[in-house]
Write a protein that binds this ligand. Structure first.
Ligand code: PLP
Length: 411
């Protein structure tokens, strides 16, 4: 059993009033709040351990280096990577995806020099801009083509079409595990296996899944898995890229500078081994340690119970919201995770979001960095409520009441 009351004590930020009303924080898909243990770990690092890592012979530098590498091992264990060197620390999902798009672009033989038409990358119709624009820009720079796997009006991907698109031989497939707008949980294990039948590597954007379900990259057999710490109770500015060692060995570096080199002369540079080859410059050590603590925080909870709790919040919210006249849910897949997106006929999502904010309820409105999804549904944006483990059924009630009241005022 989860004790939400106990858990909430770890999140003092939730215990406040906005505009004189108790805060209901339902913007967790944008970023989660941070537990005290994470905040204290980062503070402790700056109080007692702060030092640049890897390059120092002195005590503090060695201590900070050990702590940083320990955090890498913790991340590796958390996603069940075979080895710690398969984990690259980045600033988050966006940087990880830019790293991959750039590294693939510079991989010899990847961009066919004399036959640009053969350069194709396959994404889906429900991607966040972070998993769309880096690939789009990369193929466009090289005269290639972005293939887009369509979805239906419930927000479910078309797997028959997927098989056909794989036959067009994309060089990479990059798919969101969970859509940040629709909440759809994509059948990634099956999609990875299908792509592997054609020897195509698969990147999984795990930004919206990592906090909500256990990830096992070996079981999924994905080639890459990327995520952001700040969406899983860790600090901002830290995240990760898992890559199979054989792929990371093959890919060229993304950024150049200190730490990622082995030897340097004016004529020639050789590069460091994994994972350092992809970690140029001074990393965000404090945040990496905070990420490790966030992982330990999650591991100390019954994750099955967390999943069930978040699902209960979702089902309750959907049931309650369904009573509102003129509501239209955006994203109605059977397999979905803890967020609900909707619009109400005749009401702009922005107006609704602004009004319920004054009632203490924080949700996100707009296109959620997924403009093509809005185009698909022919809408300017949605209101999105997204849940985390510290949210309660009472908060869902307050939220639904606020939506009903705002809808009455705006009609
Ligand atoms: N991918 C998905 C599915 C997301 O939901 C987000 C953020 O909302 C991102 C990528 C980008 O994450 P970040 O801004 O942490 O890099």
């Amino acid at each position: 059993m989860l004790s939400i009351n106990e858990i909430r004590k770890q999140f003092p930020v939730l215990d406040q009033h906005v505009y004189g009303k108790p805060l209901v924080y339902f913007d967790n898909a944008a970023t989660t709040q941070k537990p005290l243990c994470v905040i204290e770990r980062e503070r402790d690092y700056y109080l007692h351990e702060n030092c640049n890592i890897h390059r120092g012979v002195h005590y503090l530098s060695q201590k900070a280096t050990e702590a940083y590498e320990h955090a890498r091992q913790t991340v590796a264990d958390f996603v069940n990577a075979k080895e710690a060197r398969e984990i690259i620390f980045t600033r988050g999902t966006t940087e990880s995806l830019n790293l991959l798009a750039t590294a693939f672009e510079h991989l010899d033989c990847f961009v066919p020099r004399n036959d640009a038409k053969r350069l194709k990358v396959l994404v889906t119709a429900m991607e966040h801009h972070s998993n769309l624009v880096p690939w789009q820009q990369m193929v466009q720079r090289n005269g290639g083509e972005l293939l887009v796997l369509p979805m239906d009006n419930k927000g479910v991907l078309d797997l028959e079409q997927y098989e056909k698109l794989l036959q067009e031989c994309p060089k990479v497939v990059s798919i969101a595990h969970i859509s940040n707008v629709l909440g759809t949980i994509n059948p990634i294990k099956q999609m990875i296996a299908m792509a592997h039948n054609y020897d195509i590597p698969v990147v999984i954007d795990g930004a919206q899944s990592i906090a909500h379900q256990p990830i096992d990259v070996q079981d999924l057999d994905c080639d890459f898995f990327v995520f952001s710490g700040h969406k899983m109770y860790a600090p901002m500015g830290i995240g990760g890229l898992y890559g199979k060692a054989e792929w990371l060995e093959k890919l060229p570096p993304y950024q150049f500078g200190g730490e990622m080199v082995d030897t340097v002369s004016f004529e020639k540079t050789t590069f460091n081994v994994l994972p350092y080859k992809f970690e140029a410059g001074t990393p965000n050590v404090g945040a990496a340690l905070g990420l490790e603590t966030a992982i330990q925080f999650l591991q100390n909870l019954d994750r099955k119970a967390v999943e069930e709790h978040e699902n209960q919040l979702l089902q309750f919210a959907i049931k309650q919201l369904s009573e509102i006249e003129g509501i239209r849910f955006i994203g109605e897949a059977e397999q979905r995770s803890g967020l609900v997106s909707f619009i109400i006929e005749g009401i702009h999502p922005y107006d609704l979001g602004t009004l319920i904010d004054k009632m203490g309820v924080a949700v996100r409105t707009g296109h959620h960095c997924a403009e093509p999804v809005m185009t698909h549904f022919g809408i300017p944006g949605t209101v999105r409520a997204s849940f985390a483990l510290y949210n309660t059924l009472e908060e869902v009630e307050i939220f639904v009441k606020a939506v009903k009241k705002a809808a009455m005022m705006l009609r």
